[in-house]
Design a protein around this ligand. Structure first.
Ligand code: FEO
Length: 397
């Protein structure tokens, strides 16, 4: 039995996924967890579920606390299958239970599952759920992470079930922030924000405004550890991340065929080195898009390099830029660079086009280009560009 107590009569009944390494393209090298909760009161509520493949463990966790026929409510905060995937088996076990969600979630669930025998209780922020000694309030959190997303607040216990927000893809037996190294879990929370929520900074800011006056003693997200001793740390981190607040950092990433673009990346790196400015440089052959997105979140500026291959950019650079374009990191300065063989208007201009589509502020209107091997003059231009980026980062501090 893996159920863990959060507060009196409130339990974690989720599952830890130690082995997941790819969560729809996000490299989850620390695994993850799907957190579900149970409140045992005069009325019994289960809050969210787990990925379908873990439903046996989820059901066992619930059954270790109460018989299924005692479940009154199953709250669904989010229809994405990592959290709703075991609701169908739970509803089969608990046909008397009402499925509590908002209207948009009901529609989404009905597209994923056969819900015709489910009894729905639509809450949409207007209805509180009295369980006995606990009252559940519901806060719609549209686009954090999907349009139907919702958070549930246990009023008397001051406990926020925050859904994806404040989560981390992080497998742990510790369950709580106090059992983990703070820097590690904050980094995983940052990675999670960058790769899952960065596009939704504005809607998340609106959620912060909505919940500004509620007292929170514990935040129980749907992935990773539960925050109880470091609530201020995670909230203040989110308040920076929602604006992609720069941290005095330049991120250079590139792919290279015969080292010419790499020589240019090295020269930009050299030029950018300045006291107080962090400079990071990644060859995309060795560093994947998940880590790149995490680093870009709080960068002041990015330098993106690709040689020309078959009249366009290298596939790994296209992958990284396509991913970042979707995540839409805000307020980034940028330059494009790279080498070409014979067609001057090609790969590097494709990089530039991506940067424009990402609404980056272009520090140079044209890419820095090198025909075949960079000359000392080209490398000096790269160093100068690096200096420009460092100066911008220093001015923004
Ligand atoms: Fe963890 Fe948006 O699901």
């Amino acid at each position: 039995m893996e159920a863990t107590i959060l507060k009196e009569n409130i339990f974690w009944v989720g599952c830890v996924d130690w082995n997941i390494r790819d969560f729809h393209g996000y490299t989850t090298n620390k695994g993850s967890s799907y957190n579900a909760y149970l409140i045992r009161d005069k009325k019994i509520a289960v809050i969210d579920s787990v990925k379908a493949q873990f439903s046996d463990q989820f059901l066992k966790n619930i059954e270790s606390l109460i018989p299924f026929e005692n479940v009154d409510y199953v709250v669904c905060n989010h229809a994405e299958p990592d959290h709703s995937g075991s609701i169908p088996v739970l509803m089969q076990k608990c046909p008397q239970a009402e499925l509590v969600c908002n209207d948009k979630c009901k529609n989404a669930l009905s597209m994923y599952y056969d819900t015709k025998n489910w009894k729905f209780k639509i809450v949409d922020e207007v209805i509180d759920l009295a369980l006995g000694n606990n009252t559940l309030k519901f806060v719609n959190t549209p686009m954090a992470h999907w349009p139907e997303s919702m958070a549930t607040y246990a009023l008397e216990k001051k406990l926020l079930f925050s859904m994806d927000g404040f989560g981390q893809h992080y497998a742990s037996s510790g369950r709580f922030d106090c059992k983990e190294n703070l820097a590690d879990i904050l980094y995983e929370a940052k990675k999670y924000y960058a790769n899952i929520l960065m596009l939704y900074g504005k809607p998340i800011e609106a959620v912060f405004n909505k919940i500004a006056n509620i007292k929170i003693e514990m935040i129980a997200p749907s992935h990773g550890i539960i925050w109880k001793e470091h609530i201020e740390d995670i909230i203040s981190a989110y308040k920076k991340w929602i604006y992609c607040k720069p941290a005095g950092k330049i991120v250079i990433f590139y792919d290279s065929m015969w080292k010419s673009t790499e020589m240019m990346a090295n020269a930009i790196y050299e030029g950018a080195l300045m006291d107080g400015i962090e400079v990071k440089k990644y060859d995309l052959k060795y560093t994947g898009i998940t880590d790149i997105a995490t680093e870009v979140l709080d960068a002041n500026a990015i330098a993106v390099g690709s040689p020309t291959l078959n009249k366009t950019l290298m596939p790994k650079v296209a992958e990284a830029l396509t991913y970042l374009k979707g995540l839409a990191p805000a307020n980034k300065y940028a330059i494009a660079f790279g080498s070409y063989g014979w067609a001057k208007k090609s790969g590097q201009h494709d990089v530039l086009e991506y940067l424009k589509q990402m609404n980056c502020k272009l520090v140079l209107e044209e890419p820095i280009q090198s025909q075949f091997v960079p000359t000392e003059e080209v490398l000096e231009r790269c160093r100068e560009a690096g200096k420009m980026l460092a100066k911008i980062a220093a001015e923004q501090r």
